[in-house]
Design a protein around this ligand. Structure first.
Ligand SMILES: C[S@@+](CC[C@H](N)C(=O)[O-])C[C@H]1O[C@@H](n2cnc3c(N)ncnc32)[C@H](O)[C@@H]1O
Ligand code: SF4
Length: 363
C-alpha cells in the first residue's frame, strides 16, 4: 500500500516572478474539469493507496473557492480510505484565506497548513511580487488558529535583493511571536524560466552571497534559541512537529502524486504527469494516462538519492551506509563540511551553508 499522497493544484491568483512551480491562472471551467479529472485519477488508484499523509501543494491550493473545495474534499472522502490518515497538509497563500474556507478545510480533516508568508516586510513583499501585505498575513494566521488549526507552518524567503540582515531578523522575530509549530526558511533561488532569472541575466538583480550566509546563520541561531530544531537544511520544527510527509520523501519512501506535473515513485518506477492542466484533464477524463515521463529507479540510484537527502537532514547518514562514498566524504571532512557524530556522517555549520555541494557527492 502507498502511504503518502501528493496532490498538485496548479492554480494561482497571481504569478510570482521568482517561482518555477507548475501553475496557471484559474478559469472557472478549467478548474471544474481539473477537479473531475483529479477525482477520476484518485479513483484509479484507490485500491493501492491508504494514506498516512496527504499534501495539497501547488500552485496555490487555497485558490480554490469554497464550493470547489466542497466538491474536491467530499470526492476524496468518498473514494479513498482515509482511516490511517495522520497528517493532511495544505499550502495556503495568505491572500486566499477566509474564515469559511478555513473551517471547511478543518472540518474535512485537514490538520496542517503551510502558509506562504515569505516576509513580514512590505517592501520585500513588493519585490517578491506578492499580492498580500504583512497585515493580511497576520489576519490570515489568526483566522487559521481561530478555525482550530494547531499545526501551522510559515514559509519565509531570505537572500532577496534589498533585504537587509535587520529586515530578515524582524521577519524571523515576527514569525516567532506567532509561535507556529513549524517554519521553512528558503534561500531565494533564481529558477530558469522565471522573471527573476531573466533579470539576473540582465544584471538588474545581484545576489549577495555573504549577506545570505549571515541570514542563514542568524536563522539557525534565532530559531534554535527559541526551541525550533533544524531537522533539514530549510526546515525547522518544535518537538514532534517535523513534517511527516516531507520526511517520507527524504527517507526515500514510496509516494503517489496526482494532478498535472506531479511526480510519483513507487517500487522501481518513477513517473511524472504532464505539465499542462488542459491536457491532463482531457486525457484523464477520457480514461487515458496523463504520464509523460517514466524512468526505472535502480536500487543504486535509490540508495544514492536516499543518502543525498539524508545528508541534508539533522540525522545525517550512518557510516555503514556511506560505503563507496567514504573517500569523497573524507575529503569533505578535511574541508570542514562534514563530521562524524555518534557513528553518523552529519553536516557541520559550514556544510549546511554548502549543503547542495555536499549532496552532489552522491549523484
Ligand atoms: C508552492 S509555494 C507555497 C504556497 C503558495 N503558492 C504561496 O506562494 O503562498 C511553496 C513555497 O516555495 C517557496 N519558493 C517558491 N519559489 C522559490 C524560490 N525561487 N526561491 C526560494 N523559495 C521559493 C516559497 O516560500 C513558497 O511559499
Ligand atoms: S510562489 Fe506560490 S503563489 Fe506565487 S506563483 Fe508560485 S505557487 Fe503561485
Amino acid at each position: 500500500m502507498i502511504e503518502h499522497l501528493y496532490i498538485h493544484i496548479p492554480f494561482c491568483p497571481n504569478i510570482c516572478p521568482y517561482c518555477a512551480f507548475y501553475k496557471e491562472s484559474a478559469g472557472r471551467e478549467r478548474v471544474e474539469a481539473f477537479l473531475d479529472a483529479l477525482l477520476k485519477e484518485s479513483e484509479q488508484w484507490a485500491q493501492r493507496v491508504r494514506p498516512r499523509t496527504i499534501f495539497f501543494g501547488g500552485g496555490t491550493p487555497s485558490a480554490l473557492s469554497v464550493p470547489q473545495f466542497d466538491k474536491l474534499l467530499a470526492g476524496l472522502h468518498a473514494r479513498l480510505d482515509l482511516g490511517k490518515l495522520e497528517e493532511w497538509t495544505i499550502e495556503m497563500n495568505p491572500a486566499t484565506v477566509s474564515p469559511e474556507k478555513a473551517r471547511l478545510l478543518r472540518d474535512a480533516g485537514i490538520n496542517r497548513v503551510s502558509m506562504g508568508v515569505q516576509s513580514w516586510d512590505n517592501e520585500i513583499l513588493k519585490t517578491l511580487g506578492r499580492t498580500h501585505d504583512a497585515a493580511k498575513a497576520m489576519e490570515s494566521f489568526g483566522i487559521l488558529r481561530e478555525a482550530g488549526f494547531d499545526n501551522l507552518s510559515i514559509d519565509l524567503i531570505f537572500g532577496v535583493p534589498g533585504q537587509s540582515l535587520r529586515s530578515w531578523q524582524s521577519s524571523l522575530e515576527q514569525s516567532l511571536r506567532l509561535a507556529p509549530e513549524h517554519l521553512s526558511a528558503y534561500g531565494l533561488t533564481y529558477e530558469e524560466d522565471t522573471d527573476f532569472f531573466k533579470r539576473l541575466g540582465r544584471g538588474e538583480m545581484t545576489p549577495n552571497e555573504g549577506l545570505e550566509a549571515d541570514q542563514f546563520e542568524l536563522t539557525h541561531e534565532l530559531l534554535g534559541y527559541s526551541g525550533y530544531r533544524q531537522y533539514e537544511i530549510s526546515n525547522y520544527a518544535l518537538e514532534g512537529r517535523d513534517s511527516i510527509h516531507n520526511t517520507a520523501y527524504w527517507e526515500g519512501t514510496d509516494y503517489l502524486g496526482l494532478g498535472p506535473s506531479a511526480f510519483s515513485t513507487v517500487g522501481s518506477k518513477r513517473w511524472r504527469n504532464i505539465r499542462d492542466t488542459g491536457i491532463y484533464s482531457e486525457t484523464t477524463l477520457h480514461g487515458k494516462t496523463a504520464v509523460d515521463f517514466e524512468e526505472e529507479v535502480t536500487e543504486s540510484l535509490k540508495s544514492s538519492e536516499r543518502l543525498a537527502f539524508g545528508m541534508r537532514t539533522l540525522r545525517g547518514i550512518s557510516i555503514q551506509d556511506a560505503g563507496p562514498w567514504e573517500s569523497p566524504l573524507r575529503e569533505a571532512l578535511d574541508n570542514g563540511l562534514v563530521e562524524i557524530s555518534s557513528e553518523r556522517w552529519v553536516l557541520t555549520q559550514k556544510g549546511r551553508l554548502l549543503a547542495d555541494n555536499v549532496a552532489e557527492i552522491f549523484v
